[in-house]
Design a protein around this ligand. Structure first.
Ligand code: SAM
Length: 288
């Protein structure tokens, strides 16, 4: 029997809901929301719109970041009593920059089965259309709101070699893109705005171009920002290692310094001029 075939009493289901378009919900999610004894929702008014659109009248209770701890206790008591509860956040996958983490941890601590019901997630949707490598990526969630903290955090990402994914609010999108450009370099970027909604827009280009195209009107809505991985910098050997290799070629292989420079430059992919400058230092040291 597959994991989603029948409702299991005493289970917490973590159910993904649409990030805009109400059709973006799976058949399994609809069945679980319909069959659950209770739906715990980040905002019951918001979830009611979704439930109404799909003719679901399961009772709702709120569970959001301000009441998550206290509400979790009551919800887990219901589950222990054999009830089935589905948790949904306002949009997308619960726990992904959304409430739900505490409820899931508390359920796991009591050995209550926690079953994911996958579906929409803004970062996955944006990444899938970005054209950037997605076999490995780093999801950074929301950047710190304060400028200096945001810049300090971005500094820590300078050498991350995978695609980077961020969530950002409309009020900070321009400042965040500017800081990314300054600190992480003028990389290729995708800014996915209002995915699956009427004004969906996917902007592509260098960070500086995207920034220059960004107007106040276009800074409304929900944004997911994706940056291409940092270009692999060629790592040159240390001067001392190059010097030792040049000396070895001259002493042991009897190459002229000029030929040794040409050989080393080709091997390490470094400009000859640079290797020659190191060679000159050797000559100067041996002359003195
Ligand atoms: N749990 C959600 C998920 O699975 O994607 C994310 C919730 S988080 C509170 C909301 C943020 O996700 C927004 O501020 C925005 O950065 C991003 N987001 C949500 N919906 C989006 C959409 N339709 N288009 C682009 N980004 C979106």
């Amino acid at each position: 029997m597959d994991a989603g075939a029948a409702k299991k009493p005493g289970t917490l289901y973590v159910v993904a809901t649409p990030i805009g378009n109400l059709e973006d919900i799976t058949l399994r999610a609809l069945r679980i929301l319909k069959d659950a004894d209770l739906i715990a929702a980040e905002d019951t008014r918001h979830t009611r719109i979704l439930l109404r659109a799909h003719n679901i009248d399961t009772p709702l209770v709120s569970l959001h970041e301000h009441n998550e701890k206290e509400r979790s206790v009551r919800i887990l008591a219901r589950i222990r009593g054999g009830r089935t509860v589905a948790y949904v956040s306002d949009a997308g996958t619960p726990c992904i920059s959304d409430p739900g983490h505490h409820l899931v941890c508390a359920a796991l601590a009591e050995r209550i089965p926690v079953v994911p019901v996958p579906g929409a997630c803004a970062l996955v949707a944006a990444l899938s259309a970005s054209g950037f490598p997605a076999d490995a990526f780093m999801f950074c969630g929301f950047l710190p709101a304060k400028g200096n903290q945001r810049r300090r955090f971005l500094e820590t990402l300078r050498n991350v070699e995978t695609t980077l994914v961020f969530y950002e609010s409309p009020s900070r999108i321009a400042a965040a893109v500017r800081d990314m450009c300054d600190i992480l370099g003028d990389r290729e970027m995708v800014v996915a705005r209002e995915l699956t909604k009427v004004f969906e827009e996917i902007a592509r280009g260098r960070a500086s171009e995207i920034l220059s195209r960004m107007s106040e009107a276009k800074s409304r809505g929900e944004f997911t920002v994706i940056l291409e991985p940092v270009k692999q910098k060629s790592v040159f050997p240390a001067d001392e290692d190059l010097r030792n290799e040049l000396l070895r070629l001259v002493d042991e292989k009897s190459l002229s310094l000029r030929d040794a420079v040409a050989l080393v430059a080709e091997r390490v992919g470094m400009p000859r001029k640079k290797v020659y400058a190191i060679a000159l230092k050797i000559r100067r040291n041996s002359d003195s």
